[in-house]
Design a protein around this ligand. Structure first.
Ligand code: HEC
Ligand code: HEC
Length: 390
């Protein structure tokens, strides 16, 4: 580890304490023959899954190790069950919507509209958040850590999934109804539950949520051009990357100077979890304020991770910007002097909203840099894809 800043060190140490490293060996991986061939034959009529489970283990680039950052162990059988649930439209009130309707793999598990369509033509209140974003959700999300949703209102994937299933605009289902719908489909689910739960096919709410969590925790983006540059530089993002163009390196330097104190230098997670970034003087959606009631929280939203940002537009909680160029224009000259605007986006001397006044070349560099955060692996990997045959 060389030339590596104290501020980064602090943020990485925060991460380190959050990562759970489990040493349990995944039992299923060593299995040579499937134990439930009759159940498998039925399941294989409905979903395209090999009888040998796919490998969900997260392989982080080596430079993460130099920050003592290790991926948690993923249970392949639970992640596979979670994947099927994630893509099962049968689990919404009108049997038309699944998690994947608004979290599309080819778009890094976001969608391409400002507001997403849920059951019965309802639209969501906010822009869908990308899920292929964090290195892994298990490391960064949960009680007392960075939380879920634009306003931080859910503490865990379990809580978030329950809220999403119940949301009358999204899926419109109580968890007990989700369990019933799964039970009504033993041809599909018996094999999956038996694989995940030592031969026990009983459907329970806890198992549903646990397996969804396992799948979501396995989503991660860490094979981008940016990661290749980090790897070659032994984790030092402050020096130019050899695999970057001059424009991308310019963008990286500008990003480090102006953006990375909120959107972390690693770009895998956010260092400031919540902030008002000055979109408006008056917010119609007040963000965290609607949960906390504190006037300091007006216009405060989650700082989103920027992995795969090229694919996840439109941007901001209400999808107001169509392109990254518009986002960069906004930060360059458009930041509003709202009372709760974060200090990092205020001019040090005047205290007013910062004017970054990027040149045309600098704007192009920032956009070019943001595009180095895309990871083709997450958007194409079979283990994350829709397994349903029809
Ligand atoms: C109708 C569209 C829709 C459906 C269906 C949907 N989501 Fe979402 N999802 C969203 C939107 C919109 C947000 C952001 C909402 C907010 O912050 O208020 C979101 C946020 C999330 C988040 C939080 C991400 C973060 O970084 O905070 C997770 C995790 C998530 N969804 C997982 C799921 C899962 C699992 C399912 C299926 C059980 C699901 N979603 C179904 C639209 C949808
Ligand atoms: C004070 C913290 C802060 C700083 C500094 C900051 N941002 Fe943000 N950024 C945010 C917040 C908060 C949001 C979400 C705001 C919302 O939707 O209401 C956001 C949203 C974004 C988004 C849209 C993400 C999405 O998924 O819709 C992009 C892209 C972005 N910022 C890029 C940048 C760039 C480039 C810079 C530097 C020029 C920068 N940010 C500086 C806090 C910050």
């Amino acid at each position: 580890m060389r030339n590596f800043k104290v501020s980064s060190l602090l943020s990485f140490c925060m991460i380190c304490t959050l990562v759970l490293v489990s040493c349990t060996k995944n039992e299923n991986r060593t299995e040579s023959k499937d134990l439930y061939p009759e159940d498998y034959a039925k399941t294989a009529q409905i979903v395209n899954l090999p009888d040998q489970l796919l490998d969900y283990q997260i392989n982080l680039p080596e430079y993460y190790n130099s920050f003592s950052l290790f991926a948690p162990q993923i249970n392949d059988a639970k992640a596979t069950l979670g994947r099927v649930i994630f893509y099962d439209t049968n689990l919404s009130e009108n049997k038309e919507i699944s998690c994947a309707s608004c979290h599309d793999q080819s778009l890094a598990f976001s969608d391409n509209v400002a507001f997403s369509k849920g059951i019965n033509g309802h639209l969501t209140d906010r822009n869908s958040l990308a899920l292929g974003n964090a290195i892994n959700f298990g490391a960064y999300y949960g009680p007392g850590r960075i939380q879920f949703f634009w306003d931080d209102r859910a503490e865990s994937v379990q809580e978030q999934s329950t809220a999403t299933f119940k949301n009358e605009k999204e899926m419109g289902m109580e968890m007990s109804e989700v369990v019933d719908r799964i039970q009504e489909n033993p041809e599909l689910y018996d094999w999956l539950f038996k694989k995940a739960y030592r031969g026990d096919k009983t459907v329970l709410e806890d198992k549903v949520l646990e397996s969804m969590t396992e799948f979501i925790n396995s989503l991660g983006s860490h094979q981008s051009k940016f990661d290749d540059g980090m790897e070659a530089n032994y984790g030092d993002h402050t020096r130019d990357f050899h695999n970057f163009t001059a424009s991308e390196n310019l963008g990286k330097a500008l990003f480090t100077a102006n953006c990375s104190s909120c959107h972390s230098p690693l770009a895998a997670r956010s260092t400031v979890p919540l902030a008002n970034n000055g979109l408006d003087m008056v917010y119609s959606d007040k963000g965290v304020y609607d949960i906390s009631g504190s006037s300091n929280d007006k216009g405060v939203f989650k700082v989103p991770g920027l992995r795969n940002i090229e694919l996840t537009g439109p941007y901001m909680h209400d999808g107001r910007f169509e392109t990254l160029e518009e986002v960069v224009d906004f930060y360059s000259t458009g930041i509003q002097n709202h009372p709760t605007l974060h200090n990092i986006l205020r001019d040090f001397n005047s205290g007013n909203a910062k004017k970054m006044n990027f040149t045309t070349e600098e704007k192009a560099g920032l956009v070019a840099f943001l595009k180095t955060l895309s990871d083709d692996e997450v958007t194409t990997a079979e283990r994350f894809s829709d397994p349903f045959i029809n």
